[in-house]
Design a protein around this ligand. Sequence first.
Ligand SMILES: Cc1cc2nc3c(=O)[nH]c(=O)nc-3n(C[C@H](O)[C@H](O)[C@H](O)COP(=O)(O)OP(=O)(O)OC[C@H]3O[C@@H](n4cnc5c(N)ncnc54)[C@H](O)[C@@H]3O)c2cc1C
Length: 414
Amino acid sequence: MGYMPHLKIYTTNFCSYCDRAKAILKSKGITDYEEMNIAGREGMREEIARLTGGRWDVPQVFIDGAYIGDDDALADLAHSGELERMFGMNENSSGNGKGNVDRRDVLIIGSGPAGLAAALYAARAQLNTLVLTGKEIGGQLSLTLDIENYPGFKDGHAGNLIQDMQEQAKRFGAAIEMGYVTEVDFSQRPFRIKTYGSEIEAQSVIVATGSSPRKLEIPGELDYVGRGVSYCATCDGFFFKDKEVVVVGGGDAAVEEGLFLTRFAKTVTIIHRRDRLRANPSIQARALDNPKMKFLWDTVVTAVLGNDKGAYGVRLKDVKTGAEREFKTDGVFIFVGHLPNTTLFEGKLQMDDKGYLIADKRQHTDVEGVFAAGDVQDHVYRQAITAAGTGAAAAIEAERFLAEMAGKAQPAAV
Ligand SMILES: Cc1cc2nc3c(=O)[nH]c(=O)nc-3n(C[C@H](O)[C@H](O)[C@H](O)COP(=O)(O)OP(=O)(O)OC[C@H]3O[C@@H](n4cnc5c(N)ncnc54)[C@H](O)[C@@H]3O)c2cc1C
């Protein structure tokens, strides 16, 4: 066996981005690496900052001592084929037909609840089905620990939901592979889809690319991501033990994530541009009763303030008086909504003025044979159960479409 590089990864407990990084390694067959779990270890924040040139979030990956970056950087390395090259692997080892065209009945873009439910239905209908996971294996749910409202879990905790959905779809024959779609050609069938380094021909496509956190787009925000600014409490809350943090936003996600942060932080101040929360009443009641939670109403954040050690505060503006002031904080958690992941489909599929794909009640887009499911076509409900429901519907429609195209009798609903 040839030379094997030494890969070291810094992780912590309850860290979905760490799980994602480890899943990327596993999907590439890299199992022999050093994991440094920093939970409970003194001085780790300083060590990571020294090694990364200032970041102190995890995961952080190093290969032969060289700094690679976080899970996004690792995903880019994996998608480009560079990771396999570094580890001296056969470029075809990912199994996604690199160099050859991979032919499928159904290609599903996205591995959140919509994509995985679609995979289960399509595979169970004996269709040759491939799911491309994208960078977020498991989608947005992989960012949270508490899923209390998915039916079928009587104790209210659906912690392994995504892993179980993956296994269930695989059991019926669906292939699930890491792959990030970079280009689609829906002008003729079979549709042609490109990822970094591979090409797929698909008779039908289900788009389930979901959505991503909206940025505040204020000075300092992106400069301090991983150094005090975060979009994921379950991933980064651990770093704010006994610290004072702010949460920007007033909806369900903001308040729920704020409540989660009270497990670690000394105080959690919700900053909201209105004079009351938008979150549902039961979540609001829990937040208003929690002694660690504080509220700044009618206030917006206009800048994140920081220095070479990371973020140390925010600039606030009172929306009623216009008065501005600085507010000291150790961490800034931002939950101000989501944007659909649809850039890839601009000019190819019909969208509304907010960029959501337009699908009819049977999940058909304006291109015959291309279906849309989940948050990418839903700015109203945006729930795991509704995403899974539309994923199942899209797969049933894809199956009918393929049967019609093949001149077969229309199959009965499964
Ligand atoms: C912190 C948090 C907590 C939440 N808690 C709950 C909850 O308790 N209950 C609930 O019902 N809902 C909850 N939600 C909402 C729920 O997660 C979403 O409604 C649901 O995940 C949407 O599913 P989806 O499959 O449509 O998209 P997503 O889950 O967003 O998945 C999108 C998928 O598309 C992939 N993708 C994107 N672009 C590409 C590309 N170019 N190529 C390949 N793949 C691509 C991504 O990698 C990802 O796998 C929560 C959301 C967040 C952020």
